[in-house]
Design a protein around this ligand. Structure first.
Ligand code: PDD
Length: 286
């Protein structure tokens, strides 16, 4: 079934939506994106995603005058047109069609290219990864140093996912200066006793919207979160580990560089946080 997608103000079948070969997103990776989860046909953590989109656009000086209410309307219309109940909405804004390849930004007033589409994820709530947990390998963090901006420059993230899969694992953790930064497309955490440890926010990592919601949920329940750096070795000795993202909620990690955690099975803290996060996300979805 062909999806109905949104492109620059219009809704149309996906195979009719076209972007110029000179688009800055295509030629220069000059674009930002968001992925908002859809549960029961509703958007979760929407305000956080729109706020971060605004920040990413501002940091790169991409001008896009679509308002929060208009974003909401586009998301909702796509969900409805495509009958989406479980999955996500992908949104991308590039600096637009520059008319040629050029390192210089196109002139002010060049309209951005705005694309949104739905993605079904029928196994978001269950599936083998949730049941068994995921295995990760560590890799050097070779990305640029503005990881707080959600750009479409995802080549290295894509390469390390392939590397992990080639090694028979599920995902990769980036390591810089001896410390874990984040996962290839998620924020990561270790659990020691009743304390959850995660890297503090900076330009070194994406400021995850799921992370922010989980921290709020933990604070409301007096679950202790310590924001500090940790190493792969510390993770290997931890009681549990997990990661968060809009497309995976809270995902238990059961192995780091060949060392099993929590007996090689999803740990109780990760399982509990996953349940609580999904429950809260459902309640707050719009
Ligand atoms: N990835 N860190 C990185 C590098 C990410 O790519 C993501 C999200 C996160 C988690 O952010 P959030 O909780 O806001 O989803 C952290 C999305 C899901 C993706 O690229 O598909």
């Amino acid at each position: 079934m062909s999806r109905i997608v949104y492109i620059n103000g219009e809704y149309m079948p996906e195979d009719e939506a076209k972007v110029s070969i000179f688009d800055r997103g295509f030629v220069m990776g000059d674009a930002v994106y968001e992925v908002t989860c859809v549960l029961d046909g509703k958007l979760t953590d929407f305000e956080g995603h729109v706020a971060r989109l605004g920040r990413s656009l501002k940091e790169l000086g991409i001008v896009c005058d679509i308002t929060r209410d208009e974003w909401l309307e586009i998301h909702r219309k796509l969900i409805e047109l495509n009958g989406l109940t479980l999955g996500g909405v992908y949104l991308q804004v590039s600096r637009g069609n520059a008319g040629d390849r050029d390192f210089h930004f196109p002139p002010a007033g060049t309209p951005p290219t705005v694309v949104l589409y739905t993605q079904e994820q029928p196994h978001m709530l269950d599936g083998p990864k949730v049941e068994k947990g995921v295995k990760v390998i560590s890799v050097p963090d070779l990305r640029w140093h503005r990881r707080d901006i959600k750009t479409v420059q995802l080549l290295y993230a894509s390469m390390v996912k392939m590397q992990a899969e080639a090694a028979g694992k599920d995902d990769a953790w980036f390591v810089e200066d001896g410390f874990v930064t984040e996962g290839s497309s998620n924020n990561c955490y270790i659990v020691k006793g009743n304390t959850i440890i995660t890297r503090p926010l900076s330009n070194d990592i994406l400021h995850g919207i799921t992370r922010a919601s989980l921290m709020r949920i933990c604070a409301e329940r007096q679950i202790k979160i310590e924001e500090r750096l940790f190493t792969v070795e510390e993770a290997q000795q931890a009681d549990e580990a997990f990661y968060t993202s809009a497309s995976s909620f809270v995902m238990p990690i059961v192995e780091v560089d060949g060392v099993a955690l929590s007996g090689g099975k999803p740990g109780p803290v990760a399982k509990h946080l996953r349940e609580v996060y999904i429950e809260e996300a459902r309640k707050a979805a719009i």
